[in-house]
Ligand binder design. Structure first.
Ligand code: NAD
Length: 234
């Protein structure tokens, strides 16, 4: 099961999981056309989140992998942050993964184990400038990952996180567009700031997600894997 399956990283994760042989249920506000099953709903709805692992398991005939990928970003310093910015950031980025993990772990454990991969951010591990609400929410998701990784390893449920720096997706481009910047020019400028030569493409994140979901990472529990092309947050 992949949340945010219609988004930039989500679509790449779905494709990479399918290439590895998985059947995928995608969750999003919009139909996830490339998924084998599509579950449409709003992750700010607590009941929807609580029911998702069971719903996905029914469609798929079991559940082995959960990818908490959906996320929102609200930008700007705290003095410009609204109550709604705070509420939606924590609802989607923290509460939804909390509820989904809580419901999924017993299902995964009952069938002998499985993997959960949370998409956090470098900006939660090393807080960056002027996005405190986003950074706080991703720090909470990183902490959730570390706690659960240790708590549930004995059940064969491995929980890890991928922490990307900048990735070329609608989320990143929306920040440039909000500032009336040409997003392609802005991305080309950003590419020069990355030691490896370019910001991440979604498939470069998805391949790491699939690794953490697979048996290749069978000894990893509670890890925060930074995928940043060599670029620090500062
Ligand atoms: P995106 O905006 O392209 O995709 C996010 C997806 O989540 C969308 O399909 C959206 O519909 C879905 N979503 C958001 N709110 C939802 C809700 N309430 N209910 C259901 N679905 C909802 O973003 P992306 O760049 O692909 O980001 C994926 C993840 O990676 C996010 O958690 C993001 O924070 C994280 N991340 C992104 C970057 C980046 O630079 N793009 C960097 C680090 C981490």
């Amino acid at each position: 099961m992949v949340t945010g399956a219609s988004g930039g990283i989500g679509q790449a994760v779905v494709k990479a999981l399918q290439s590895a042989g998985a059947t995928v249920a995608g969750v999003d506000r919009f139909p996830s056309d490339s998924c084998d099953f599509s579950i449409v709903g709003d992750l700010t709805d607590p009941g929807f989140c609580d029911s998702l692992p069971d719903a996905a398991a029914s469609q798929l005939g079991g559940l082995n992998i959960v990818i908490n990928n959906a996320g929102v970003i609200r930008r700007g310093p705290i003095t410009q942050a609204s109550d709604e910015d705070y509420a939606i950031s924590f609802a989607v980025n923290v509460e939804a993964p909390f509820r989904i993990c809580r419901a999924a772990i017993p299902l995964l454990a009952d069938q002998g184990g499985g993997a959960i991969v949370n998409i956090a951010s470098c900006w939660g591990v090393h807080p960056g400038p002027n996005h405190p609400v986003y950074c706080m929410s991703k720090a909470a998701l990183a902490s959730l990952t570390q706690c659960l990784g240790h708590d549930h390893a004995h059940q064969g449920v491995r929980i890890n996180a991928v922490c990307p720096n900048e990735v070329d997706t609608p989320m990143l481009r929306s920040g440039f567009e909000a500032r009336q910047m040409d997003s392609q020019n802005a991305i080309e400028a950003l590419n020069e700031s990355v030691p490896i030569g370019h910001i991440a493409q979604p498939d470069e994140i998805a391949d790491v997600v699939v690794f953490l979901a697979s048996d290749q990472s069978r000894y990893m529990c509670g890890a925060l894997v930074e995928v940043n092309g060599g670029k620090p947050v500062f």
